[in-house]
Design a protein around this ligand. Sequence first.
Ligand SMILES: *Cc1c(COP(=O)(O)O)cnc(C)c1O
Length: 511
Amino acid sequence: MYRYNEPDVQSVSRATSPRERERLAAASSPIEETLDPADWESFRAAAHHMLDVMIDFQRDVREQPVWRPVPDVVEARYREHAPHAGAGLDAAIADFETMVLPYPTGTPHPRFWGWAGGTGSPTGMLADLLASGMNALQGNFNDAAARVEAQALDWMKEAFEYPRAAGGIVVSGGSVANFVGLAVARDSSVDYDVGTDGVGAAAGRLVLYASTEVHSSVFKAAKLLGLGRNAVHLINVDAAYRLQIPELIARIEQDRRDGLRPFAIVGTAGTINTGSIDDLEALADLAAAEGLWFHVDGAIGAMAALSPETRDLVRGMNRADSLAFDFHKWMYVNYEAGCVIIRDADALRRTFAAGGDYITPLPRGPGSLLDAAVGRGPQQSSAFKALKVWLTLKEHGFDKFGRLVAQNVAQARYLAARLDASTVLERVAPVALNVVAFRARVPGASGAAADEVNRELLMRLQESGTAVPSGTVLNGQFVLRTCICNHRTRRADLDALVEAAETEARALMSD
Ligand SMILES: *Cc1c(COP(=O)(O)O)cnc(C)c1O
């Protein structure tokens, strides 16, 4: 066996001067580089400068346009070739300040209500710095990050009335959370090992159910799970955009008669288009009666459970076999952070158990938890996303988040009332939660012409920097919608939206 021969440090140091040793070391070893700064004090100064810049950015965000386009001169710089020699930290930071920071999506702004964008928070920003500074891997190792994630999961189980023993994982967002939930649903629905033999071995095509308002990530999940998009059988909604249960019951019966294999029902708590909430209690009853997995996509609306004022809206959510939700939407956690809770922790493990000699846990040491983490989701290495959830919850407490959720719901109702009083704009859907859909009235215009006016109205609002709603189609009509996952919004901001939209709409119609 080869034995490394320990050098005799004593004799070497006696035999040579320090300078001679340095010369010998330099001659015998290659240049060894590092990414550490040559001078930690100038790094410290640059870092403090950036922290100040970002604190000012947060504090003064209201004074900025919500969004502004990237100008051509800046755009051109994004076509520069790859740097082979570095320009140094100061130059790189200067580029960030001129090329990146002035052109945000706009989510931190009090008048950003597009899609389901969440505001983030100053503490969330800090938490990402801390997590990144530790360069911690979430959940995979026997370390503090695993404890933080587990505790954050426990707190969410408590908030959503799930048993402590339930499984779960903090993931990148609602899409992955839906994917994980439906993967476990699929694997739990057949009596063989899907992971080994694939979906093709199932007797009868696996199908699941959701309303026509379901989020596209459920289709994506169906595709990735080998079920195919057409495996998502869509059930019509009622006038309040909620899944029609009698139609669902009939469809399940029909599918069974046709030799298909129903395995899951997806209920949505807070649809992306209108914020509608399916009758989760009734869906839970039906899933139980039919022996189907019940998954809830609560990406937006799960947080309604945090306030006593809105909790009843999501009654039945705690009966789901799997619940997907986003921290980065209505819990205002900085991107990205989502979560899925799976009632049966073993079922989650069965789906994602990976194995491999390189992750076989030892009884002690940093690797002693390895399989536990790798066995909970599709990722192996994962950023320490739970820290920002944990830190902001410690700072503010659940009650504060509940109050903010209720505040956003009250603001949505306020906006609805303002729209209902407008002669220029009209609200086009009931307001169940924090989403308000509306459009400009375009008297006498065809559907296509009215849609064109509303598309133009939306773009003008966004480009003016006043507000960022987003668009969608309801009942075949293009509409604008605001989704208020925003702790900075004040009622005056909604007044500003209505006034700007009325002014632009009038201008458009006189064009
Ligand atoms: C946003 C959203 C998703 C997807 O979540 P991401 O965090 O964007 O991946 C899924 N379902 C609904 C209802 C959503 O609003």
